[in-house]
Design a protein around this ligand. Structure first.
Ligand SMILES: [Zn+2]
Length: 78
């Protein structure tokens, strides 16, 4: 939930349906973020990308990365 229940205009936002500018409001309702065009009534649930889990995986498995790097170093130079 990124927005409050109070509707806020997004400056410069363009409605994907009617192409009206500065008519898009964002608000939060039922733990979901919505954007709505006050000009034509277009309404869309907003999707935010979840926090990347790849970074956590890399931190948890540093040994595998080290092994791969060592194997590369063990190859004799041509
Ligand atoms: Zn619109």
């Amino acid at each position: 939930m990124a927005f409050t229940k109070k509707r806020r205009f997004i400056a410069g936002a363009v409605c994907p349906k009617c192409s009206a500018m500065d008519k898009i409001v964002v608000y939060s309702e039922q733990d979901q973020d919505w954007r709505e065009c006050v000009a034509c009534g277009y309404q869309e649930k907003m999707h935010f990308k979840p926090k990347p889990k790849e970074l956590e995986t890399r931190v948890n498995t540093p040994d595998e990365v080290k092994k791969e790097q060592l194997q590369v170093l063990q190859f004799p130079p041509k």
